[in-house]
Design a binder for this molecule. Structure first.
Ligand code: FES
Length: 255
């Protein structure tokens, strides 16, 4: 298939960017990233700078491959990361516009690559269990209700790609933060730090990202189908955490 690509090129974080047009011919069996590889080979042969884009696993696991394709985070196929998208989703003769995630919390490094370190700051604020887990425990040592285990697993499916932020009109990171928080807050192992985790992660999120106004675009763009239900759960835990912590600090009497 013959394609025209409009690709965002930006030499550095502070440099001005612009769209560059490339024509290419690719098999419809190729993946989207293989198509970009091919374009880069052509650019290198022509002694031009290849397009910088992020990727690692190419299996929908690591979350690094995010780009906006024709205005949609990860492109037109639902529940699919860019690396799992195939060119058969497009038609011969199409013009495809490819842009980086655009959000204040994700500064552009170069071309299509953005810095998502703000996500690391949110996870560092509480997205872990602070206990020495020692050797792997026997299976089922801690009884967990099946519905809680299933829901925690659904939240843990987040690959941290940032599509939720890129798709949100407010550049909010509530879906990511809620997923990283609720996969722990629902399990017995996550209870000891539940309230401090809820406050620290939300406060850190708000340092970098906009506010959620319930557009739901994050859920639509998420390649792992993380539900906005987790945002509601996060909001409840944040509210409860503020009460619990006031009691702990002696600002409010228990009971
Ligand atoms: S490259 Fe790892 S999820 Fe796409």
């Amino acid at each position: 298939m013959n394609l025209t690509l409009r690709v965002w090129r930006q030499p550095g974080p502070d440099a001005a960017g612009q769209f560059e047009t490339h024509s290419t011919k690719v098999s419809d069996d190729a993946s989207f990233l293989e198509m970009l590889d091919l374009v880069n080979e052509e650019l290198i042969e022509a002694n031009k700078e290849p397009i910088t884009f992020d990727h690692d696993c190419r299996e929908g696991i690591c979350g690094t491959c995010g780009v906006v394709i024709n205005g949609q985070a990860h492109g037109p196929q639902k529940s699919t990361a860019t690396c799992q998208l195939h060119m058969r989703q497009f038609n011969d003769g199409d013009t495809i516009t490819i842009e980086p995630w655009r959000a204040g919390g994700f500064p552009i490094i170069r071309d299509l690559m953005v810095n998502r370190a703000a996500f690391d700051r949110i996870v560092e604020a509480g997205g872990y269990v602070n206990v020495n887990t020692g050797a792997p425990p026997d299976a089922n040592e801690i009884p967990i209700p099946k519905d809680a285990a299933d829901s925690a697993m659904d939240a843990a499916a987040c690959i941290g790609c940032g599509a939720c932020v890129a798709a949100c009109p407010n550049s909010a990171a509530n879906l990511f933060t809620a997923a990283k928080m609720q996969h722990l807050n629902q399990l017995p192992q996550g209870q000891a730090e539940r309230w401090s985790r809820s406050i620290n992660m939300v406060n850190t999120m708000e340092e970098y990202f906009g506010s959620c106004t319930n557009h739901g675009e994050c859920q639509e763009a998420c390649p792992k189908e993380i539900s906005v239900d987790f945002i509601a759960m996060m909001n409840r835990d944040y509210m409860k955490a503020n009460l619990v912590n006031r009691r702990r600090l002696g600002e409010r009497k228990i009971g």
